[in-house]
Design a protein around this ligand. Structure first.
Ligand code: PEP
Ligand code: MG
Length: 877
């Protein structure tokens, strides 16, 4: 028979999959002999069973829970529901991967009208007993019974106001009794029955609620962001309560063994006396920094420092710990590898190697490649920053620079982002887990309340989003959507502000930013990654500026130059349009003659920037709708340039209209109809290569034919390319090597890759189109309905961002094998958006590709992900 419940002394850190992170670490700390309140963990398997049994807890599991409860009662010498010696517990979620704030917690469970009185007598502390009861009623009602938290908070605020109390701690026992009374009335009004008094019912309902919370919308969203599978489930930890709210000799706090923002090796954290866990993160009272605990309770502080040291050595990583002091005695409630900013992650990884605590390989595995995104984005321009005026200052909660328009609710920010607004700052009094989507779409988050461990700070750091928290300099009116800065100036929705998450400064204007660099610890870790990885990393770049940026980030070539993107500029688009709307070869050749010198100089620029690294140039692949003139004004101007009448050109434009442009006359299909386009592009590439090689370079250009579905298409276009190239080379009287390959982006190409490899010297998987055509989802429209697929758990992640390994991946695997069958030395790469996504990079490594190609800013991410993939492959093989 399966075991579904484990006492803390039955588990250990290796049982993370079964006990969840929190449960496994509580067990490990218990094993280390640290002061951990007793308890037990209901496993993740019990959670998945709860779902497969139709959202019920099977009798056998229920019995096992009661059995472990009894065992725990015996050890602690207290009894559930016994007013003379009550046993109270916390019920907390804990998944395999930590999901801070995403799921639910209930404290002080086991209280009822009788037990609360018993507790008051036993502790001679009536205030404490009723404070615990009001907290319990509120949490249980909110989490388990879905009565809105705000309604309880309103009551609490009313009672505070009636009694002139500023903080919760100013309320007397009598006041709290009144709160409890009103809470119970509210509960009955809302639910139609009395607040549950039986502790066992409370416990089972709370466990079910934690299981349910695994599937709440914010948890689903968080899982999607962090690649956490939906079938893992969460464990539930039931643990003896220790009380931080027993008076001024009690308290609770959160601390890290190193600074999670900078990585500095120094204990870092906050605590709050006479408080329970939620108070520290909720930001209602401002917590004190950890150093002050030295004065408040030196003995507990010393002990905590010692334990923090033990835990960091034991886990060989920076720890994030929660603790409670009950009447002067320290208890550890949690430890886990701490979330940290990208800068801190790099510093800690490099420092731990230097401290001989971990190996370079372990350091590489410790940094999440996705996180690097945060430091691969611009910083404020130093000059502009100096000249700017600080309008307020808050806590530097998550570093980075953000400039954007302000929005006062997560919904408004999400809406604005959907409408295409790309620079947003979310301004809130404080954030809550419901705000996660709005936080994610924002470049920066500014909160009026809360400390360094407030929800906003923790979540922003996790996302790599810039955040300034606890900014009491500004007065925020969320309802009317404005804030007033310290000089009295008013800011409304849509106004620009800038945030510096490293200093906490807020600026009332839009500030220019500068490009980031890979230096210091970042460069060190990247060097280690490069020594290990076997997969090459190229970039997708269409301009010399992009190519140069990518080189700075360590790119080893261009995997995709989209030549049609070279014509978006106003001075070039007309020549491109002219080419598209030409009706005769003569007209077209005239337009192509205009394009040739532009292309040639672009390619010279790219070859020069890439300093001899391989450059893959993809021939024109313009979806017609992106390039055709739409406005009458543009049609008129073009008609004049081409010596046509407006009506004539307008009718051509109308005749070129396509119902499905993404599946239309693009890619190699254009060159099949109009070989002169491929001729011109070949000429430009080859001439550019000859020109730069004359200056001492040794470029071997790679010409890539897009959207091939049949080897005969490739053969046809390739013949044009080879004929033209050889003519140009012969005429120049030089020697030049070049390669012709193709993209595999149509399922038929993948299915017939053995045929295609007869003509192609290389394959590059265009996973954007391959995903679009394999799923039959339009790349441009799928975003409009994919949300429904996530919420209905049909898909867990966006197939356009993360390779669908089951379907699209199967095609890639197959095409790679078939290609190699025909041409064993065929070079294989990927150039779709997936090339910079860490889990997709791992897939590419396993599929045996030679390189990935991604946008310049993602090159370091791909380098690290490739090193991790190599290490994982070594471990697995
Ligand atoms: C692709 O389809 O994956 C690709 C890289 O080409 P594009 O995005 O230009 O269609
Ligand atoms: Mg494509």
């Amino acid at each position: 028979m399966s075991k579904y419940v484990y006492l803390f002394n039955e588990g250990n850190a290796k049982m993370r999959n079964l006990l969840g992170g929190k449960g496994a670490n509580l067990a490990e700390m218990t094993g280390l002999g640290l002061p951990v309140p007793r308890g037990f963990t209901v496993t993740t398997e019990a959670c998945t069973r709860y779902y497969s049994d139709g959202k019920t807890i099977a009798k056998e599991i229920e019995n096992e829970i009661y059995e472990m409860l009894e065992k725990t009662e015996k050890v602690v010498g207290k009894k559930f529901g016994d007013p003379t010696n009550p046993f109270l517990v916390s019920v907390r979620s804990g998944a395999r991967a930590s999901m801070p704030g995403m799921m639910d917690t209930i404290l002080n469970l086991g209280l009822n009208d009788l037990v609360v009185e018993g507790l008051a007598k036993l502790t001679s502390n009536e205030r404490f007993a009723y404070d615990s009861y009001r907290r319990f009623i509120q949490m249980f009602s909110d989490v388990v019974m879905e009565v809105e938290k705000a309604k309880f908070e309103k009551i609490l605020d009313d009672v505070k106001e009636e009694n002139n109390a500023k903080f919760d701690t100013d309320l007397s026992a009598e006041n709290l009794k009144e709160v409890v009374k009103r809470y119970k009335v509210l509960f009955k009004n809302e639910k139609g029955f009395d607040f549950p008094q039986d502790p066992k019912t409370q416990l089972m309902e709370a466990i079910k609620a934690v299981f349910r919370s695994w599937d709440n919308p914010r948890a689903i969203y968080y899982r999607r962001l962090n690649d956490i599978p939906g079938d893992w489930g969460t464990a539930v930890n039931v643990q003896e309560m220790v009380y931080g709210n027993m008076g001024n000799n009690s308290g609770t706090g959160v601390a890290f063994t190193r600074n999670p923002s900078t990585g500095e090796k120094k204990l870092y954290g906050e605590f709050l006396m006479n408080a329970q866990g939620e108070d520290v993160v909720a930001g209602i009272r401002t917590p004190q920094p950890m150093e002050q605990m030295k004065e408040v309770n030196p003995a507990a502080y010393e002990e905590f420092v010692k334990i923090a040291g033990i835990l960091e050595k034991h886990y060989r990583d920076m720890q994030d710990m929660e603790f409670t002091i009950e009447n002067g005695k320290l208890f550890m409630l949690q430890t886990r590898n701490g979330k940290r900013t990208a800068a801190a992650a790099l510093k800690i990884a490099v420092d731990l190697v230097e401290e001989n605590m971990i190996t370079k390989e372990e350091a590489i595995m410790k940094v999440d490649p996705k996180q690097l995104d945060a430091i691969l984005h611009p910083n404020f321009d130093a000059k502009a920053l100096k000249a700017a005026t600080v309008i307020a200052k808050g806590l530097p909660a998550s570093p980075g620079a953000a400039t954007g328009k302000i929005y006062f609710t997560a919904e408004d920010a999400t809406e604005a982002a959907k409408k295409g607004e790309s620079k947003l700052i979310l301004v809130r009094l404080e954030t809550s887990p419901e705000d996660i989507e709005g936080m994610h779409v924002s470049q920066g988050i500014l909160t009026g309340r809360g400390g360094m461990t407030s929800h906003a700070a923790v979540v922003a750091r996790g996302m790599g989003t810039c955040c300034v928290a606890g900014c009491s300099d500004i007065k925020i009116n969320e309802e009317e959507k404005y804030f007033i800065d310290k000089n009295g100036k008013k800011y409304v929705e849509g106004d620009w502000i800038s945030l510096d998450g490293s200093t906490g400064n807020v600026y009332g204007e839009q500030l220019p930013t500068v490009e980031p660099e890979v230096t210091g610890d970042f460069a060190t870790l990247m060097k280690w990654a490069d020594e290990i990885r076997t997969l090459k990393v190229r970039t997708n770049a269409d301009t010399p500026a992009d190519a140069e940026q990518a080189m700075k980030f360590g790119a080893e070539g261009i995997g995709l130059c989209r030549t049609e993107h070279m014509f978006f500029n106003a001075d070039r688009i007309s020549a491109m349009r002219e080419m598209i709307v030409s009706r005769t070869e003569e007209q077209r050749r005239k337009a192509l003659d205009k394009l040739l010198p532009m292309q040639r100089s672009d390619f010279e620029g790219l070859f020069t920037a890439m300093k001899g690294y391989p450059v893959t140039i993809r021939f024109l692949d313009p979806p017609l709708h992106e390039f055709l003139p739409q406005e009458d004004e543009d049609i008129d101007a073009l008609a004049k340039e081409m010596g046509m009448s407006f009506d004539e050109l307008k009718s051509i434009v109308l005749s070129l209209h396509e119902f499905n442009p993404m599946m239309g006359h693009r890619g190699c299909r254009l060159a099949v109809s109009y070989p002169e386009i491929a001729e011109m592009q070949t000429r430009a590439v080859i001439e550019a290569a000859i020109n730069v090689n004359k200056k001492g370079m040794s470029v071997i250009p790679e010409i890539m034919i897009p959207l091939v579905g049949d080897v005969k298409e490739l053969k046809f276009v390739k013949e044009v390319v080879v004929k033209t190239a050889n003519e140009v080379i012969e005429k120049a009287g030089v020697k030049l090597e070049y390669k012709v390959g193709t993209m595999i982006e149509i399922p038929r190409a993948a299915l017939t890759a053995d045929e295609i490899a007869k003509e192609a010297e290389f394959f590059s998987f265009g996973t954007n189109d391959l995903t679009q055509m394999t799923f039959g989802f339009s790349r441009d429209d799928a975003g409009k309905f994919l949300d429904d697929y996530y919420s209905k758990k049909i898909y867990e992640s966006d197939p356009f961002a993360r390779i669908d390994q089951t379907g699209v991946g199967k095609l890639i695997d197959m095409a790679a094998k078939l290609g190699r069958q025909t041409r064993p030395d065929i070079k294989l790469g990927i150039c779709g958006e997936h090339g910079g996504d860490p889990s997709s990079v791992e897939f590419c490594q396993n599929a045996g590709l030679n390189y990935v190609s991604c946008s310049p800013f993602r090159v370091p991410i791909a380098r690290l992900a490739a090193a991790q993939a190599t290490l994982k492959e070594k471990l697995g093989g």
